[in-house]
Write a protein that binds this ligand. Structure first.
Ligand SMILES: Nc1ncnc2c1ncn2[C@@H]1O[C@H](COP(=O)(O)OP(=O)(O)OP(=O)(O)O)[C@@H](O)[C@H]1O
Ligand SMILES: CC(=O)C(=O)O
Ligand SMILES: [K+]
Ligand SMILES: [Mg+2]
Length: 586
């Protein structure tokens, strides 16, 4: 087996680049008897294909580890690039941003919006897409499947008609304890000292006054007089004062608004009580029907609520693989329970990403422990190369008011500073009065903090542990780590990655380089999925195994659209050929 990585460098605009004629790149873990000669061939890249043939690096930009390799055009396995190779898909917002503000202005932190009554119309969805929504989240706790189907259909139409790549995330209800509907009312006010009845009985409508239905049959048996009952993690509090069969009488101690299907927890002597409800399945029978719905609708992500162990994630992934044609639905583990924190590493390892679901997490652990849990989850995800979303109450006051509090802005900044892949709006976009304004705040705070971070050059030289499980993966990882480092050191304008599965793109994103990462993929669903990951600007482009022609075609397509210009410095990597190239745009 021979392995070689050739670096092709155009010296036309890099006078400060002095490269040795010969050097060695060592890959980790080092193979017993292999070394990787690196050759720097100085040669201008030209857009004309005629002078590419004589010295085409694509013939040698090969890591022949069973995956790479360039097939001659005469090979029976050679697949010519599709005929629509003249087109490149990128959304209008990114295109305008690149044209008007340049590479450095692009936002690296991705934005997820929960869609609800305030944002389910086509125009409202379009306004969110224009405002920077990368992923639309639908929460199966609320609304009917028919309602969600219409939202999915509108987002897909938006993508098709307007060129967006908004991905869809379906969030399962999960089977923790929650209240029932409020008989159609949007909310109910509980006042201090009032006596309310929580019951497992199903009530006829109209619902008797100050009565709440609870979804968990063991509720009345599990609670004890003297327990404290928390609605939505403490937004409203009650003391349990009496049990009468299926009815539990409670006195309100912290007044507030009860919302339909709000989460319920009960506490005894300062600890969360987890009786038989700890045995509730993570994925309920209703969740399985919702998952079937999600698979049938071709959602991009399924987020699983109240994950307790890695097993449930593995189970779901094999279920999806058996049912979905391309099995390309990513599974996101929601970290919102004590058990998920205990089994954090193995859960994240088994998942395709994670969400710091601070709403319910803050109901299960003391509030003051949520920030450190967030930091730990974000770091763990980065180590394991999984995208991570920070969610809940980022801009809670904007449900009612058009400007955020300073404290909320500081919270958003902290998540951006931690370099989470994505931030999420919940009630702010689902049922708030100012969804677009809330999104604009996330957008502007993200861009500002990212810029500040780069200017200060404070970014941590984080030691990223190896994640690769095979030698080939190890090569990809080393290439991406090196390319990202080179990109920072050479202050290049952009990293380009040509990726079939998206893996190389996510490895680059994991390094959180200073410049944006243009990820070119031929698959529409991969493009949508990459939309969740930090710093990636996903393009749909059909490409071949010939990097030289890919690059030249990309350059001319992007130049024609005004997104790059001659002289821009670019580093390109590819997962077909496992190569790194440094060049100026011709
Ligand atoms: N599809 C919907 N239909 C009606 N209301 C919705 C819908 N989606 C969200 N909402 C409203 O927005 C609020 C915030 O949404 P969010 O998705 O954060 O839900 P949640 O009930 O807090 O549960 P979760 O813990 O799953 O996030 C909900 O409490 C609900 O009032
Ligand atoms: C998002 C979510 O489920 C939570 O914060 O609880
Ligand atoms: K949910
Ligand atoms: Mg939750």
């Amino acid at each position: 087996m021979s392995q070689s990585l050739h670096f092709v460098v155009s010296s036309s605009r890099s006078p400060n680049l002095t490269l040795p004629n010969h050097s060695y790149l060592k890959l980790s873990p080092p193979p017993s008897n292999l070394r990787f000669p690196v050759t720097f061939a100085r040669r201008p890249i030209s857009a004309s294909s005629s002078d590419l043939d004589s010295n085409s690096p694509s013939k040698v930009l090969v890591s022949d580890n069973g995956k790479g390799g360039v097939l001659p055009a005469t090979s029976p396995e050679y697949v010519p690039p599709p005929s629509d190779s003249s087109s490149i898909d990128v959304d209008a917002v990114t295109e305008t941003d690149l044209k008007e503000n340049g590479f450095r202005s692009t936002r690296r932190t991705k934005l997820v919006c929960t869609i609800g009554p305030a944002t389910c119309g086509f125009e409202q969805l379009e306004a969110l897409a224009v405002g920077g929504m990368n992923v639309a989240r639908i929460n199966m706790c609320h609304g009917t499947r028919e309602w969600h189907r219409r939202v999915i259909e509108r987002v897909r139409r938006l993508n098709e008609e307007k060129g967006f790549a908004v991905a869809i995330m379906m969030d399962t209800e999960g089977s923790e304890i929650h209240m029932g509907e409020l008989g159609g009312a949007p909310s109910a006010k509980a006042e201090d000292g009032e006596i309310w009845t929580f019951s497992v009985r199903a009530f006829d409508s109209p619902r008797p006054e100050r009565t709440i239905n609870v979804n968990y049959d063991g509720f009345a048996e599990d609670v004890k007089v003297g327990d404290e009952l928390l609605v939505d993690g403490g937004m409203v509090r009650f003391d349990v004062i009496e049990k009468i069969g299926p009815d539990v009488k409670c006195r309100c101690t912290d007044p507030g608004l009860l919302l339909p299907r709000a989460n319920l927890t009960f506490w005894r002597d300062g600890s969360l009580v987890r009786e038989r409800n700890a045995m509730l399945p993570t994925i309920s029978s209703k969740d399985w029907l919702d998952i079937d719905f999600g698979i049938a609708e071709g959602v991009d992500f399924i987020a699983i609520s109240f994950v307790k162990s890695a097993e449930v994630i593995k189970h779901l992934k094999s279920y999806i693989a058996a049912r979905s044609r391309d099995s390309d639905i990513a599974v996101i583990a929601k970290i919102e329970s004590i058990d998920s924190l205990k089994n954090l590493e193995e859960i994240i390892q088994a998942s395709d990403g994670a969400m710091v679901a601070r709403g319910d997490l803050g109901a299960q652990i003391p509030l003051e422990q949520v920030p450190s849990a967030q930091q730990r989850i974000v770091q763990q995800c980065r180590h394991l190369n999984k995208p991570v979303i920070v969610a809940s109450q980022l801009l809670e006051s904007m449900i009612e008011y058009p400007t955020p509090t300073r404290a909320e802005v500081a919270d958003v900044s902290e998540a951006v500073r931690q370099r989470a892949d994505a931030l999420m709006l919940s009630g702010e976009s689902a049922m708030g009065l100012f969804p677009e304004k809330a999104l604009a705040v996330l957008r502007s705070v993200s861009v500002r903090i990212e810029k500040w971070w780069r200017e200060e050059k404070r970014h941590e030289a984080m030691e990223l542990p190896d994640t690769a499980s095979s030698f080939s993966d190890s090569i990809s990882e080393q290439i991406c780590n090196s390319a990202a480092k080179m990109a920072n050191n050479l202050a290049v304008d952009a990293l380009f990655v040509y990726t079939k599965t998206g893996h190389m793109a996510s490895l680059l994103s994991r390094c959180r380089p200073d410049c944006p990462i243009f990820a070119f993929t031929s698959t529409i669903s991969v493009r949508r999925r990459l939309n969740l990951q930090w710093g990636l600007i996903p393009f749909r482009l059909s490409f071949s195994d010939d990097m030289e022609s890919n690059l030249n075609r990309t350059f001319s397509l992007l130049k024609a659209r005004g997104m790059i210009k001659s002289g821009d410095l670019v580093i390109a990597v590819s997962d077909m050929l496992q190569s790194i190239q440094v060049m100026n745009v011709p």
